[in-house]
Design a protein around this ligand. Sequence first.
Ligand SMILES: NC(=O)c1ccc[n+]([C@@H]2O[C@H](COP(=O)([O-])OP(=O)(O)OC[C@H]3O[C@@H](n4cnc5c(N)ncnc54)[C@H](OP(=O)(O)O)[C@@H]3O)[C@@H](O)[C@H]2O)c1
Length: 281
Amino acid sequence: MEARKLGKTTAEVPVLGMGTWLFVGNLPDNHVDHGAIESLRTGVDLGMTLIDTAESYSFGHAEEVIGTAIKGMREKVFIATKVSPENFSYRDVMKAVRGSLRRLKTDYIDLYQLHRPNPYVPLEETMRAMEDLVEQGAVRYIGVSNFSVDLTKKAQAALSKNHVVANQVSYSLLDREIEDKLLPTAVRDRITIIAYSPLAHGRLIDGGTGKTVLEDMAGKYGKTPVQVALNWLIVKDDVIAIPKAFQINHLREDAAATGWRMAPEDYASLNEVFSKVTPGW
Ligand SMILES: NC(=O)c1ccc[n+]([C@@H]2O[C@H](COP(=O)([O-])OP(=O)(O)OC[C@H]3O[C@@H](n4cnc5c(N)ncnc54)[C@H](OP(=O)(O)O)[C@@H]3O)[C@@H](O)[C@H]2O)c1
């Protein structure tokens, strides 16, 4: 698996990680735990060692299942979880992290992300908690998610000893909003973009003009449309992607989206064609 430096750190993360939103259902559903654990372990074997989750996913159950799946291989994986906006006060961040650590059955989180902005809690207060967690060794790196350029700048200004190393945002061939301002600014400031919903939550391969183009490109390179769509993301120096794939065949297909390149004119052609495709949501 290709790897990339995380923000301004020396840590390396795989260009493809695993997303876990709805991985074990919306509400906690123990019936799928066994399959979820198998998928997570297979993903790690395939090199997708970054696992993205959140305290809110399945009301904490996603973190619990991940904790079980990574038993005995904590050092091998890079855990990225998120604190929910309603927990952004100093006291609540401290409480939330304890919950995540307990469910993940670990004593540190590799990347702790602010799930989305909360205008009602001063960012300075939240970031003070995040820095204290780094100081205490409970968190290695601080990240944000769904933050604008201005808010990311504000988040960085609120930190005195650490960098904002990543911003997790929606990015796929069908959602290219970040290309105007956020992506160039992140590249300049060396903040890794963690592309969520890289397959547009599955819509990218459901049909439409885009699908035909992806199929043509896939045929040319002996790959699949999904692999072309993921490869288009991860060729960008400061971008990594976190597709969610419960099914093992999907995981295998996704993992093989790395380690090869298309001709520059083909990436340009995808850019061009998809700039005219309406996402349809
Ligand atoms: N920070 C945020 O606010 C935020 C918001 C949304 C998502 N996220 C993160 O980003 C992750 C990924 O985003 P997402 O879950 O919205 O959507 P996604 O990764 O764009 O799409 C997931 C869907 O694609 C399917 N899929 C995956 N690989 C496939 C393949 N090779 N062939 C066919 N279908 C394939 C999955 O099916 P199966 O599962 O059945 O295999 C699933 O239905 C989330 O899980 C979460 O960790 C973060």
